[in-house]
Write a protein that binds this ligand. Structure first.
Ligand code: GSH
Length: 203
């Protein structure tokens, strides 16, 4: 059976969500990135970067959450991956944008706060302000799009929403979403899906 390594409070959530939406059988191995479990020789042999998520599908080992999701949606027919090539292109566009533009400044703040928390220090407010400013600009792009579209790739929920939501979900940790009502509604819509609720109950 397909194994997925990583806790739901990591980028593994992105892939667990796809597994749950598609109802694919899997076993979750909730390795802890903070206690060295992803830095053992056995783990590094599977992912030299020592990060989660990875999957092991009958010996086929794959890393990088977006690449894993692109693989998973080929495992069975699923509305997560539309059949029309232009809709597929939009899924890819939003997935790429979310993980290279929106996620980067948000993760920078998240990691800095976690490091500061662990060492009892504080994060430079200028660093937070600078990254929040970059994140805010990307949120405007999403807000303007969602003001006229129900989901990122059009009228239907797709892999693009999963990849984008799992980046955007960091925002409320640092920033009030009231300036982004369409993003807020989209997050409520996507976050209410039974598959996401099941992911939220995982370790
Ligand atoms: N680009 C990678 C990023 C993976 C990543 O940074 N994972 C974090 C958890 S969300 C991790 O494993 N961190 C542990 C570490 O950096 O040692 C992906 O999307 O899969």
């Amino acid at each position: 059976m397909l194994k997925i390594y990583g806790k739901r409070q990591s980028r593994a959530a992105r892939c667990l969500w796809v597994l749950e939406e598609m109802e694919l059988p899997y076993t979750q191995i909730p390795v802890d990135t903070q206690s060295g479990e992803t830095k053992t020789p056995e783990y590094l042999a599977m992912n030299p970067a020592g990060k989660v998520p990875i999957i092991d599908d009958d010996g086929f080992v794959l890393r990088e959450s977006v690449a894993i999701n692109a693989y998973l949606v080929t495992r069975a027919d699923t509305p997560l991956w539309p059949t029309d090539v232009r809709s597929q292109a939009y899924v890819n566009q939003w997935s790429s944008w979310a993980t290279t533009e929106m996620e980067v400044p948000l993760n920078a703040i998240f990691r800095a706060k976690r490091r500061a928390g662990a060492s009892g220090g504080a994060v430079d407010p200028a660093f937070i302000a600078e990254n929040l400013d970059v994140a805010g600009k990307t949120l405007h792009v999403l807000e303007d799009h969602l003001a006229t579209h129900r989901y990122v790739a059009g009228d239907a929920f797709t892999l693009g929403d999963i990849n984008a939501f799992t980046a955007a979900m960091l925002v409320p940790m640092f920033k009030d979403l009231s300036d982004y009502p369409a993003v807020q509604e989209w997050m409520t819509r996507c976050g209410g899906r039974p598959a996401w609720k099941r992911v939220s109950a995982l370790p």
